[in-house]
Design a protein around this ligand. Sequence first.
Ligand SMILES: [Zn+2]
Length: 429
Amino acid sequence: MFDLIIRNANLPDGRQGFDIGLFGRRITAIEKRLDAVCGEEIDATGRLVSPPFCDPHFHMDATLSLGMPRMNVSGTLLEGIALWGELRPLLTKEALVERALRYCDLAVSQGLLYIRSHVDTSDPRLVTAEALIEVRERVAPYIQLQLVAFPQDGYYRAEGGVASLNRALDMGIDIVGGIPHFERTMEEGRLSLEALCRIAAERGLPVDIHCDETDDPMSRHIETLAAETIRHGLQGRVAGSHLTSMHSMDNYYVSKLIPLIAEAQINVIPNPLINIMLQGRHDTYPKRRGMTRVRELMAAGLNVSFGQDCTMDPWYSMGSADMLEVGHMAIHVAQMGGLDDKRQIFDALTVNSAKTMGLEGYGLEIGCKADLIVLQAADVFEALRLKPSRLFVVKGGKVISRTAPRIGELFLEGRPAEIDSGRDYVPVY
Ligand SMILES: [Zn+2]
């Protein structure tokens, strides 16, 4: 017995023509031809069915605030932080909730159902934390939202930063954040990591650090983060977000560093859209790309997942809650255009992120949660190329969003009347 059957789907691992049966809130069958009738069926012939996308690094308190109170003129990370500092005192809980809910609507339509958001704890009013805790509850039926206490202006550098972060954790924020490269000195950055990892160990919480988001090759906080992770036995529960200084580091040093990161089982979260936009800003030409060493980290067996970081905020005037846009950019910036590369990039938007976020029951297998998406593309390679429509988004066995396929009509003599980009050209590999 099934509540919903998806017929004739292509799976992310390349298998084609499978029926997926959902019952209750679980996937209960995946077979070549499911011999059953069901009230509701979706024809997914020639379409990729995937688990939903996950975004392990986002800022939902800042999203959709572009232009408030002004635009970022230089386009730099530092002007973005200053601009956010201007906006912060003006924030209200109501406005924060409203913007976050609107963003979550967009995310659902893009098949993005798992989001980890940093929450700035620098303003002691903590309206950001209050608002996003409310949002976490309100969107729970359709989006699993994890929150990170993030001291944007520095754990030690901001007045009251230590107390605010701890208060946010007391309020029920899930994860300990930090920003060591923004503390006043390298030494204070190191001390902040020691303190934050200790807090996480004592409270039994995961850690997610904005770590070395700079072009400075001497910004080596990731080294401390790995060492503190091991010291506190936090292996697998710590994420290093950005790690952009690794792009500029000396190769010999990196040959020592990557095994250390692997020993600590740090989850690595590059943010390709933001890294390519914000890094290298002090360079003339040639300009550095700034994204961390994705291929080398993956080759070392590290769990690498990509974040979106920003959508329409002081740091980034683009973004559309589309994780395939993130993957598309990653392919270009990391120069990972091969078939195996792309498979890994797609994993970095789905299963790897689920691992980073510690999600239960995620995946496209019997027994997993009945959460999946149907895309207007034949396979993962085409999904990354086309960033196609999410034809159906299924959560808990129910369709929660539907988008019509993008079909172009042609009025050309002797040529087809319409073109379905997800079907009309399927390459032979
Ligand atoms: Zn961030």
